[in-house]
Design a protein around this ligand. Structure first.
Ligand code: ZN
Length: 493
């Protein structure tokens, strides 16, 4: 018997009190495998990583041998979706297990996460975990409250200037920063370690020998060109401005090969990180989880090298892997899953009782990870929102099985999502049309209506984002170094 009930997967918190079960010596998972009472949890996230560019997800280039290995030994969710394809809102949703529409962290960068929000690291800390993080994207700066609950929160862009010319936010340096804190880990406590890499984020400039490893390979097709307008600094759609152009190139394939090279470099650095931890005996009894905060549009729908604007799969679909040898059997779960489910899942692994209640809107994926019969609750809808920048770009998305419905409320988004101002509805069959080019609303009005209704019901659901009444600390101002890094990433002007 596992001590966590599957019938009560929604989490609850009364005030800030997490009711943790005093588990017996060990939990025994469904198939007789031992689940440690409080396993270590290693969460690795790679910014801007679309699932379909990983060889682990069937991509034609061998971009991700390390992740391929984790996936082969673990559980791979084939169609995981983010709740908002932009760094801040995506992580806010992931770590509070609440939807952006309810927690208010939407669209832009720099909306602070209120200290009163209860976050994953806080809940794990209350469960007796030591909590450490190394992060490389200023969008999750402590300035915005993402450090809540962490004993250690290392921000790569805040480190002293380097003499060796290495990218201060690159994966090699992130690994160095992780190594620098490992001696702080206390042997008598389980750990939660979050490592957030940034490499696949634009600009696509992988280091040294990695840079051109896919240029002119058999998948390189130089015929598609990107219009360039050097009179503009940065352009959102259709063209590239002068600050977006790399090495004067205009072939789409050049940029895609560079993006893929960033992934393969970062994948190799993930291998280095895992070797380091394994070498110190720190991967025993450890759940390793891998995902991303959003994908990247590589020219699809005339949207180049950015994310956040649209709710298309290029930006919503991310990898999601769980690796725990001896506990989780290798399997592939093809059904939609949401990143909002990550926190309840990790808390269940940590032995925190999940109960009906007020805190979390996500559900634990544990039954699906264990491959239990009836684990998938029907109807299994996955919800997201999208829209970067202007308010009239907002979209609401619902996915069920192969079908995906987008509601674009206002003209700004309609023009791009449905191709027609005045038409707010788009329906796609992702199995038949993964590029989301054929709007099926007229062909399948009954499916469109059902999904629109489901998304309306979901959107109207009210929810009091929970409240840590003992929270201390004030909202902070954005630090100058954070501002500089965000400018460099194109988030701020
Ligand atoms: Zn991001």
């Amino acid at each position: 018997m596992r001590t966590v009930s599957h019938l009560a997967r929604r989490a609850s918190v009364v005030g800030y009190l997490l009711v943790a079960l005093a588990a017996a010596a060990a939990l025994v998972a469904g198939c007789g495998r031992r689940l440690p009472e409080r396993p270590n949890i290693l969460l690795v996230t790679m910014d801007t990583l679309r699932a379909d560019h990983l060889s682990a997800y069937g991509y034609q280039r061998p971009t991700s041998p390390v992740l391929d290995g984790l996936a082969a030994e673990g559980v791979r969710f084939e169609t995981a979706t983010v709740q908002w394809p932009k760094t801040g809102p995506s992580f806010a949703s992931m770590f509070t297990a609440t939807y952006p529409k309810n927690n208010g962290i939407v669209r832009k960068i720099g909306i602070p996460l209120p200290q009163k929000f209860l976050m994953l690291a806080e809940a794990l800390k209350a469960r007796g975990y030591q909590t450490h993080a190394v992060v490389a994207n200023g969008a999750v700066a402590s300035d915005f409250g993402f450090d809540q609950g962490f004993d250690t929160y290392i921000e790569s862009w805040q480190q002293p200037e380097r003499a060796d010319g290495a990218d201060p936010n690159g994966a090699g340096v992130v690994n160095e920063l992780v190594r620098s804190i490992l001696d702080r880990f206390q042997g008598d406590k389980p750990y939660f370690l979050w490592v957030h890499y940034l490499d696949p984020h634009f600009p696509y400039t992988p280091p040294g020998e990695w840079s051109d490893r896919f240029q002119n390979d058999e998948h390189f097709d130089p015929t598609e060109r990107i219009p360039i307008d050097l009179s503009k600094t940065k352009i959102d759609m259709v063209k590239l401005g002068r600050k977006q152009v790399l090495e004067g190139r205009d072939e789409l394939a050049f940029y895609v090969a560079r993006y893929d090279a960033e992934i393969s470099y970062n994948d190799a650095m993930l291998g280095e990180l895992l070797d380091t931890l394994r070498g110190r005996g720190m991967l025993d009894e450890t759940l390793t989880v891998f995902t991303s905060d959003h994908g990247e549009s590589l020219g699809e729908h005339y949207y180049y090298f950015d994310h956040g604007r649209f709710g298309f799969q290029t930006c919503l679909h991310v990898p999601l892997l769980f690796h725990f040898p001896g506990v989780l059997e290798p399997r592939v779960d093809p059904e939609p899953a949401m990143l909002i489910d990550l926190t309840p899942t990790l808390l269940e692994f940590a032995g925190v009782e999940l109960d009906d209640g007020e805190w979390m809107q996500g559900r634990s994926l544990m039954p699906r990870l264990l491959g239990e019969e009836g684990a998938l609750e029907e109807p299994n809808y996955a919800y997201s929102e999208a829209g970067y920048g202007r308010r009239d770009m907002w979209q609401r998305i619902v996915r069920q099985g192969d079908y995906k419905f987008i509601y674009a409320r206002e003209g700004g988004a309609q023009r791009w999502v449905t191709g027609e101002v005045g038409n707010p509805f788009a329906l796609f069959n992702l199995a038949a049309d993964p590029g989301e080019t054929e709007n099926l609303v007229d062909a399948h009005p009954e499916i469109a209506e059902r999904l629109f209704r489901a998304s309306n019901d979901w959107y109207r659901e009210e929810f009091d984002v929970l409240v840590d009444t003992t929270a201390e600390g004030e909202e902070r101002e954005m630090d100058e170094k954070t501002r500089e890094q965000l400018k460099a990433l194109g988030y701020l002007n």
